[in-house]
Design a protein around this ligand. Structure first.
Ligand SMILES: [Zn+2]
Length: 167
């Protein structure tokens, strides 16, 4: 049974703390708190490329603002965010907030992340506009979004020849 006092746990704690402080973020986690967060994910952390992550990068590394996330899910969430920023569809209110947790939760449930108000209908890429839907629910939602987009375009005389994907 591994505990917070395990040699490897203490080593990873020190290494993480050092790199966080070097990156000028605030570190408010004790060894015991660090271990509480890590414990359910410790097995296979190397293989699954898991990492301690911040929910809001403006706040310190502390209980409530940290979770264990996968680098793969984070990269997916970040590339989505930078795409939507380029298109002017990212919000301003979530600056610094990590969206990857919702993408990771969806991935673990075999579900999808959906924009409640579709991006093509003026919805923003914003935490408040994201929800997790099962694949089946998402298909139904997408069909409804597509109909609404077609209607909106017809209203503007654009026609529905080239429907944008609403997510
Ligand atoms: Zn936002």
């Amino acid at each position: 049974m591994i505990s917070a006092n395990d040699r490897v746990v203490r080593m990873v704690y020190t290494r993480t703390q050092t790199s966080v402080i070097r990156s000028h973020a605030k570190w408010n986690l004790t060894l015991e708190e660090f271990w509480e967060v890590w414990r359910p994910h410790w097995e296979g952390r190397e293989k699954r490329q898991l990492k301690l992550m911040q929910r809001d990068e403006r706040l310190p590394y502390q209980i409530g603002n940290v979770y264990i996330g996968s680098l793969r899910a984070r990269n997916a969430a970040y590339s989505k965010l930078s795409r939507e920023r380029l298109r002017g569809r990212a919000c301003e209110c979530c600056f610094g907030i990590d969206f990857q947790e919702i993408y990771q939760r969806a991935e673990m449930q075999g579900a999808h992340v959906d924009h409640i108000v579709a991006l093509a209908l003026g919805g923003k890429h914003c935490a408040k506009n994201l929800q997790i839907l099962s694949i089946e629910q998402h298909l139904i939602k997408t069909a409804a979004d597509m109909r609404a987009i077609a209607l909106a375009r017809r209203g503007r005389g654009i026609g529905n020849r080239r429907l944008l994907k609403p997510y």
